[in-house]
Design a protein around this ligand. Structure first.
Ligand code: IVH
Length: 673
């Protein structure tokens, strides 16, 4: 065979290999089977061995066996791995502290001590130690369930395999971040977009020997389940971690006062460029574990911690035009098309303008010269307009009064809570009438916090929708796989994978299900409240018949806005049909009644007036932890009215009338022993 022909054949195969690698790492998707991949790799290596001249920097032999496996066993985290809320500004931090002080019912001069830890941008992992031996390591996964990557983690040098210290807890999940140093990443630049991807790719190699070849690091910073942990503060725990042989972040500090947090943040940001690992902010955690415990969690983030993200990067650009995008609730978002500009390594060509009012407020016009800001992973936005550079050509943008997608009238609603007209303009059509809203609803339905269907991302939903394969949520479970297999980019393996992940998600909790419906004003927290209230799918569905919308106001946390939104949802025939169909296809699990046999079982409470040394929110969590419920109005369903200082007279009068027990804060605490 001629040299050129050999080269040509070789490159064809090599390109295929790189294509498969890329697809897996960028899209987390495998187009061929493991065996097919191994064969391809083997062929390439053989050619390289036989014909030395084909070798170059991209040769298969120069690269680690990148075929990763999706076949890791899954395992549940004993304690979920949560995420963190983000803060960007000083106001965000002040707000964070204020909420905490409120929850703990401390006055504003109370000094909170924080553990301030640089936030490494890597992959989190949870390491289980039993009697000092590293026995299991899991990836974060969806927070509840991770992949068993024990063998891969075991290749990491700074993960101790055996800890002999007497004071090391008998049973503990040590958690931290796996990452790759920037200097090591330099050699892998061609393969991965950034160090984080490289770390993730390496960790998920099927063969731990391959993981070993990419130098990974581990920094420990928290724990999940534990038995026998004696420390009472995060700072002490971090110190102990180092004694036990873990690597901890040398830039960790204990700080109190928002001003001091900000000073530290600025200092660390200055050092950022010189560090050998990527950080994207600082995590602040309340240092005292007892307070952490009292504060607990909201949805999937702790109340006691926040990530202070590093400031954005800015750039000057020009507005070329303004497009309208629509969300699943019909909100119309103006998006500026800008002259592409590189901001911190990312080419930005779109920037959100938030809403109609924002355009007016900042007087943003087409053809204007503007400053664009990109902060962390949030969508870039326009900071300001340079009026000096405004030309005569610049034109004001007229917000459409008809939905650009379905032609329905667009409206701005009156917000009963803020008593103002909304800044957002919406398409006024009913659910599933506007095509574009329907697609957005479907995207929400499969999204991470909802059905979380692997391999069914936004792009695929859009593609399937365009091909009329799906229109309503139930269609996802009735896909014509034969048709999909024939589509470009799909093969029998990828269709099998999709089918598998869809079928797997037919079993779902009521809470996630309600959230997935994308009912306006019903986010994760409210979905949880509703699921706890209704317990079963049937009872929830029955709302369309009982029409007991007023009853919903009894649920503490559900207000008129939510109740009226549910009413609108249940008055729409299409929604009812969707519910009916989904009910037939899915197994919707009843809400778990937490600790059914707590001290406050079958008892309901309402608080009026100011309490001492404890906030309402904390009392509410205490009630729920002990199987009681809280309601928001006095009715026959109420058992106890807890009265603090300056209570609402009307509540006490109605309680007396209904012969409801009226108790003090102390009486309540006594009920809990
Ligand atoms: S604590 C319950 N501490 O940030 C608190 N997380 O958005 C969550 N991270 O998944 C974990 N450095 O991957 C914690 N010092 C640190 C961290 C840190 C980085 C990552 C971690 C987590 C994500 C949360």
């Amino acid at each position: 065979m001629k040299k050129s022909l050999i080269k040509q054949k070789y490159y064809q195969k090599l390109n295929l290999l790189h294509k498969y690698n890329k697809k897996y790492y960028d899209d987390n998707f495998s187009e061929i089977t493991d065996a097919e991949y191994d064969l391809l790799k083997k062929e390439l290596l053989e050619i390289e061995k036989k014909y030395n001249f084909v070798k170059n920097k991209n040769s298969a032999s120069k690269h680690i066996g990148y075929k990763p496996s999706k076949n890791f066993k899954k395992a549940l985290h004993k304690v979920p791995m949560l995420s963190l809320a983000n803060a960007f500004t000083e106001d965000d931090l002040l707000n964070f502290e204020k909420k905490i002080l409120n929850f703990l019912s401390k006055d504003k001069n109370y000094k909170i001590s924080y553990s301030a830890e640089p936030k490494i941008d890597g992959i989190s992992a949870s390491l289980t130690y039993k009697n000092g031996i590293f026995v299991k390591g899991l990836s974060r996964g969806d927070g509840k369930e991770g992949e068993d990557i024990t063998k891969n983690l075991a290749t990491i040098k700074n993960i101790p395999k055996k800890i002999l210290n007497k004071d090391f807890p008998k049973d503990i999940d040590v958690r931290g971040e796996v990452f790759i140093q920037n200097s090591d990443f330099d050699n892998l630049k061609e393969k991965f977009a950034n160090p984080r991807n490289a770390a993730s790719g390496s960790l998920r190699q099927k063969n731990p020997d391959d993981t070993k070849k990419i130098p990974l690091n581990f920094i420990a910073y928290t724990f999940g389940f534990e038995k026998g942990l004696k420390q009472k503060k995060q700072s002490d725990y971090l110190k102990k971690l180092a004694e036990w042989g873990f690597k901890t972040n040398p830039l960790n500090k204990t700080i109190s006062g928002i001003k001091n947090l900000i000073q530290n943040y600025n200092e660390v940001e200055q050092q950022r460029a010189n560090l050998d690992f990527d950080i994207d902010g600082i995590v602040y955690k309340i240092n005292d574990f007892e307070l952490q415990k009292r504060l607990g969690n909201v949805a999937n983030a702790p109340r006691w911690a926040i990530a202070h993200k590093f400031s954005s990067n800015k750039a000057i650009s020009k507005i070329l035009g303004i497009d309208i995008q629509i969300g699943r609730t019909g909100a119309l978002t103006p998006v500026a098309k800008i002259k592409p500009v590189n901001i911190g390594g990312v080419l930005v060509s779109n920037a959100t303008l938030h809403n109609e009012d924002e355009i007016v407020r900042k007087d943003i016009r087409i053809d204007d010269t503007v400053t664009v800001e990109r902060a962390g992973d949030v969508i870039p936005h326009i900071l300001s307009v340079d009026l000096k550079k405004r030309s005569k050509k610049s034109t004001k943008f007229i917000f459409p009064n008809k939905c650009p997608f379905c032609g329905s009238k667009t409206i701005k609603e009156f917000n009963k809570v803020t008593k103002r007209i909304d800044a957002v303009r919406r398409c006024s059509s009913e659910d599933y009438y506007c095509d574009k809203i329907s697609v957005e609803k479907l995207k929400h339905f499969v999204s991470k916090e909802a059905f979380n269907i692997d391999g069914l991302g936004k792009k695929i939903i859009e593609g399937f929708w365009k091909l009329k394969l799906i229109k309503f949520p139930q269609d996802i479970f009735k896909l014509d796989y034969k048709k999909i297999e024939k589509l470009e980019g799909w093969g029998s393996l990828s269709v099998e994978n999709l089918k598998y992940s869809i079928n797997q998600k037919k079993n779902i909790s009521l809470e996630r299900f309600i959230f997935a419906l994308g009912i306006r004003h019903i986010g994760l927290e409210n979905a949880k409240l509703l699921s706890k209230h209704f317990i079963t799918f049937l009872k929830f569905q029955n709302l369309s018949k009982t029409k007991n919308y007023d009853d919903l106001l009894n649920i503490d946390g559900i207000g008129e806005t939510q109740a009226s939104s549910l009413k609108i949802f249940f008055s729409n025939e299409i929604n009812l049909k969707v519910l009916d169909e989904l009910g037939k296809i899915l197994i919707i699990n009843d809400a778990a009644v937490t600790n059914q046999d707590g001290l406050l079982k079958n008892k309901s409470f309402l608080i009026t007036g100011k309490l001492h040394g404890i906030s309402r929110a904390e009392v509410k969590s205490l009630i729920e932890e002990n199987s009681g419920i809280t309601v928001s109005i006095v009715s026959k369903k109420l058992n106890y009215l807890i009265v603090g200082d300056k209570p609402t007279r009307r509540k006490i009068d109605s309680a007396k009338e209904l012969k409801i027990k009226i108790i003090s804060q102390d009486d309540f605490l006594k009920m809990l022993n």
